[in-house]
Design a binder for this molecule. Structure first.
Ligand SMILES: O=C(CO)COP(=O)(O)O
Length: 265
């Protein structure tokens, strides 16, 4: 990375680990990172547990003053009211949540979320001073057709349609090619760079270069400690959104410490 954006490593636990297990994993992660003298300024570390774990994670992070932040996996686009099963941005902000994942491909697929809804969710998070991690990325058929860049940029256009430059500058984008999620099929560093760079250029077109330079663009999809360092050598990749590998403290800590195994890549 040849710029001043702080790398961000976020662990999306998906629908795994109850609040007891969450406490255990966060404690273990904090200890592992402490041993390695991890510095918060060097790499920002975020865990994204299920909603039911957030209060326990908050208590632990605040009580022990841990060097990490936490996020939620989704948020309602609505303020409050008759939306059974939904969780509002205000409720998350009250729990000290810093990040909210919006538009994950699993929500787009299983809950028919479209770009307009994802944009509204991002706006809801921003309205409570939380950072949305906006997920975009193509499926296998699109990749095979070589259409990954226009497809992903169309998602970017749709999600940012209603966001101001000030709001856009406070977002994070996660490029997660659907064919690489949970498959062990990781995109090559060049694949990741191609789309991440295109996303940044599109943000410069939609807003300006300052906004594009401020936004961190993450790669997600089968990231592990063994492949993260080479992906992180790319200029427009500012971090990773990690699924399965974030459920093991040592493995996720090794991902956070990618710089230690970056030499020679
Ligand atoms: O979907 C992902 C993170 O949001 C990626 O999941 P995996 O790392 O398990 O492939």
């Amino acid at each position: 990375m040849a710029h001043s954006r702080t790398p961000l490593m976020a662990g999306n636990w998906k629908m795994n680990l109850d609040h007891h297990e969450a406490t255990h994993l966060v404690q273990k992660l904090a200890w592992t990172l402490k041993d390695a003298k991890h510095s918060y300024d060097e790499v920002e570390v975020v865990v994204v547990p299920p909603f039911t774990d957030l209060r326990s994670v908050q208590t632990l992070v605040d009580g022990d003053k841990l060097d990490l932040r936490y996020g939620a996996q989704d948020v309602s686009a609505h303020e409050s009211g008759a939306y059974t099963g939904e969780v509002s941005a205000a409720m998350l902000a009250k729990l000290g949540v810093s990040y909210v994942v919006v538009g994950h491909s699993e929500r787009r697929e299983n809950h028919a979320e479209d770009d307009a809804l994802v944009g509204a969710k991002a706006k809801a998070a921003l309205g409570r001073q939380m950072t949305p991690i906006i997920c975009v990325g193509e499926g296998l058929d699109v990749r095979k057709a070589g259409e990954q860049v226009p497809y992903t940029l169309a998602q970017v256009d749709g999600v940012y349609a209603d966001l101001s430059a000030e709001e856009a500058a406070r977002t994070v984008v996660a490029y997660e090619p659907v064919w690489a999620i949970g498959t062990g099929e990781v995109a090559t560093p060049e694949d990741a760079q191609e789309v991440c760079a295109a996303i940044r250029s599109r943000l410069a077109e939609l807003y300006d270069q300052e906004v594009a330079d401020a936004v961190r663009v993450l790669y997600g999809g089968s990231v592990k400690s063994s492949n993260v360092a080479s992906i992180m050598t790319k200029d427009d990749v500012d971090g990773a959104l990690v699924g399965g590998a974030s459920l093991k403290a040592e493995e996720f800590a090794a991902i956070v410490r990618y710089q230690e195994h970056q030499t020679g890549q």
